[in-house]
Design a protein around this ligand. Structure first.
Ligand code: PLP
Length: 394
């Protein structure tokens, strides 16, 4: 019987042990035993499938991977120790000296650092293009271009990349399309259905959803995952079985959490649009978002993140953050707890001022990761902080 996503998130499970447990136990073991010399040989030569060593695979990691593979309509996957290890694994396993990456400019800070500071050390170059001007992308593709890397919606500017269009480009030029789907999660958007070949996640965000673990995952086409698995098996960025267990348990509630995050965020975004202390409110499902139609086309709901720009610039933004009473001041997102972050001074502080400006991260921009608390308490907190920081406007 073919099950639907919400059942698969709960019912995909590691094989039961002889103890007949209901919930999957944590396999805290570094290696797995061989029944005899011949089985060890066959496992190592990959004539038979099975666990050998937890750097390669583990029942907890496989359970997590199988769930995300199913949800993203992928063929295979690998769980990494962090979202960045996953993004980097996708680059390192598939690119070589001389290759070129076409990337949407609005990327998470560390992805930007990998493209601009780390990959060039091995002769891998990249060119940035703007999600708002898709017509400018094709002319940047050269014979050396091997991969398109995009993040949609982007962190923290909430730019939307047209997945149907980039899939068309990837197909036309035979490129690998790699999509960071952290913000949307497969509950809202399935890039592979549009033609993506690889999808990566910071599982630290909505997949965990409770701010407990760091983790990452890449899923996608079987032949690409073969290369990624080889890279990971030799270089060792695997996720720990404990963290896989936590993340797999979290996936059981992903869908209902995401729907509530989206409902709270939409309500708050609509209310904030009327606030005169803000220069702008950006949320994918607000008609005022410049790519509203595109967001509606490729996302089921608008997501859990809102970005606002307060009047008064960086100074006011700092006072706004200092006036917050309930929300958490931290660099994470996708948590049950509402989080306010000041990207220009924290997550994206390694970018130059010019680089931040190009992706719309002004000093007054605040990212609100809307949590699952009562929406009235979330709103009251944001309003009182806007009010209290009013006097600090410069
Ligand atoms: N991709 C996106 C869109 C992110 O927002 C983040 C973290 O904020 C990452 C990747 C990196 O993930 P991690 O912190 O799990 O390494």
């Amino acid at each position: 019987m073919k099950k639907r996503d919400n059942s698969n998130l709960i019912r995909i499970q590691a094989d039961r042990s002889l103890n007949r447990e209901h919930s999957t136990p944590i396999y805290l073991t570094s290696s797995f035993t061989f029944e005899n010399a011949e089985q060890g040989r066959a496992l190592f030569s990959e004539e038979v499938e099975g666990n050998i060593y937890s750097r390669f695979s583990n029942p907890n990691n496989s359970e997590l991977v199988n769930k995300v593979v199913s949800l993203e309509n992928a063929e295979d996957g690998f769980a990494f120790a962090s979202g960045m290890a996953a993004v980097f694994g996708g680059f390192a396993a598939l690119l070589k000296t001389g290759d070129h990456v076409l990337a949407s400019r609005a990327l998470f800070g560390s992805s930007h650092q990998i493209l601009t500071q780390i990959l060039p050390k091995w002769g891998i170059t990249s060119t940035y293009v703007d999600a708002n001007f898709p017509e400018s992308w094709e002319k940047e593709i050269s014979k050396r271009t091997k991969m398109i890397f995009v993040e949609t919606p982007s962190n923290p500017g909430l730019d939307i990349v047209d997945l149907e269009f980039v899939s068309f480009l990837a197909k036309k030029y035979n490129l690998i399309l790699h999509v960071d789907n952290t913000f949307a999660t497969p509950v809202l958007q399935k890039p592979i259905d549009f033609g993506a070949h690889l999808v990566s996640h910071s599982a630290t965000k909505y997949i965990d959803g409770q701010g407990r673990t760091v983790g990452g995952i890449v899923v996608g086409r079987k032949d690409l995952l073969k290369e990624i698995r080889f890279f990971a098996r030799q270089t060792g960025p695997a996720l720990s079985p404990f963290n896989s267990w936590v993340l797999s348990k979290s996936l059981e509630t992903l869908s209902i959490r995401i729907e509530k995050h989206c409902a709270n965020a939409f309500e708050l975004a609509q209310a904030l649009e009327k606030n005169t202390e803000l220069l702008s409110v950006k949320y994918p499902f607000l008609p005022s978002h410049p790519q509203f139609d595109l967001a509606k086309k490729q996302m089921r709901l608008g997501g859990g993140v809102i970005s606002i720009i307060v009047k008064g610039g960086g100074n006011r933004a700092k006072h706004f953050i200092d006036s917050i009473k309930m929300a958490s001041l931290t660099a994470n997102l996708g948590d049950t707890r509402t989080i306010v972050t000041h990207p220009a001074f924290t997550t994206h502080s390694k970018l130059s001022e010019e680089e931040r400006e190009l992706v719309g991260i002004s000093p007054g921009l605040i990212r609100i990761s809307v949590g699952l608390e009562d929406i009235n308490d979330i709103s009251e907190d944001i309003y009182q902080a806007l009010e209290r920081s009013k006097t600090q406007r410069i």
